[in-house]
Ligand binder design. Structure first.
Ligand code: GMT
Length: 373
């Protein structure tokens, strides 16, 4: 039985989901899990005697121009390492969590090993900002073990930050108890979707990198040939531009903007096709969530997406911005039930084999055990 500290961004986002689900699954196996975060991780739904939550509180003293969150986190990490005698402190995101963990390791008396998981935006966005380049590189090089969620992210990290240290690939996973296709009669109707409408779905935080306008443009080309609706889930900076764009194209009545939603697997269960047309994506957890619900996906040829979608087997890969090809593939899938059936069952099989939670959790546990030998 290991004692494991976990730090992640507790708000909505793939990295927070992975960190929390990982903690809950390891707790089920008898490990003791200590979440050290600024807020209760939003996916932490399980009540378990093996799961503890240590909140990082930042005092607001008038003398500080900016609240020192990073130092408060490092202090809390050091306290938990010593009080709970942690074996492992697993941080998700190098910035700033790996750096805080280094400081905590220095301050603590009890010996702990630091594992850092890279999720993407810390490298693809912050890594190119010179202010943080050295800090991120230091956090990675001084971690006892580093993992990344795709081969593409490993290569990108090594190249951009000139890192020689070994970074292992541990893919993302989904909680199979939550993500499976349900038979939900009546749900389509509740959203004003006709039973015969095909449903395309996009889920993201609507950042610029997600290219949500391409999703809408692709859908526009699809709905000219196929009776369909587009369900847009999530919220973020591009949300209102996306709504405006759908209006300009005259398809506002066919695009449902649902904002942030909790029951993603219910929405996936009424969907026929997932679109993720980002310009940067280290993995694309939403694709895997779709695959687990038997929804094939069309994704772009960037980052880790081609490691998640097998072209021609579980969906299709297109170049970023190529909405013409994306739409042509979508029409193929939506008008050919046997193709759709084949892609859907392949998607489920790959989600259950290559990305099965027990396999991935096992790989993280092996990483910890290797460090503790
Ligand atoms: O994509 C985002 O903006 C959110 C970010 C996060 O913190 O969750 O996602 C990153 O981590 C996910 C979990 O590993 C990956 O599935 C996403 O591909 C990755 N996003 C990017 O690389 C842009």
């Amino acid at each position: 039985m290991l004692k494991i500290g976990i730090t992640c961004y507790p708000t909505v986002g793939g990295s927070g989901i992975i960190a929390t689900e990982l903690g809950m699954l390891m707790a089920e196996q008898g490990h003791e899990i200590h979440f050290i975060t600024s807020g209760l991780p939003f996916r932490l739904t399980e009540v378990s005697p093996k799961i503890y939550y240590h909140e990082v509180e930042v005092g607001h003293y008038p003398v500080f121009q900016y609240p020192p969150y990073d130092l408060a986190l490092a202090t809390k990490m050091a306290e938990v390492i010593d009080q709970e005698k942690l074996d492992i402190l697993h941080v998700h995101y190098a910035m700033p969590h790996a750096i805080c963990a280094m400081l905590a390791r220095d301050m603590a008396e009890h010996e702990v090993k630091i594992v850092t998981t890279l999720h993407g935006t810390d490298i693809t966005v912050l890594g190119i900002d010179h202010t943080f380049k050295k800090t991120i590189k230091h956090g990675i090089e001084e971690s006892d073990a580093v993992t990344a969620v795709s081969k593409s992210l490993v290569n990108q990290t090594k190249e951009m930050l000139d890192i020689k240290k070994n970074i292992s690939v541990i893919y993302n996973f989904v909680n199979e108890k939550e993500y499976f296709r349900r038979n939900l009669p009546g749900v389509k109707e509740k959203f004003g979707i006709l039973p015969e409408d095909k449903v395309l779905i996009h889920i993201s935080n609507f950042r610029k990198v997600k290219r949500v306008e391409d999703v809408i443009e692709t859908f526009h080309k699809v709905e000219e040939k196929v009776q369909a609706k587009l369900v847009m889930v999530g919220d973020g900076p591009e949300y209102s531009n996306a709504m405006q764009f759908a209006k300009e194209l005259g398809i506002a009545d066919k695009v449902l903007f649902l904002g942030k939603q909790k029951n993603i697997s219910d929405l996936l269960s009424i969907s026929d096709l997932k679109l993720l047309l980002s310009e940067k994506e280290s993995f694309g957890l939403v694709i895997l969530e779709a695959m687990a619900c038997q929804v094939p996906a069309i994704g772009t040829n960037v980052g880790g997406i081609p490691e998640v979608i097998s072209h021609n087997e579980t969906g299709y890969i297109v170049d970023p911005g190529d909405t013409e090809t994306a739409a042509a593939y979508a029409v193929d899938i939506l008008t050919n039930p046997s193709l759709q059936g084949e892609l859907s069952s392949n998607a489920l099989q790959v989600a259950r084999e290559k990305f099965h939670s027990s396999r991935i959790v096992g790989q993280y546990l092996d990483t910890y055990k290797e460090l503790l030998q």
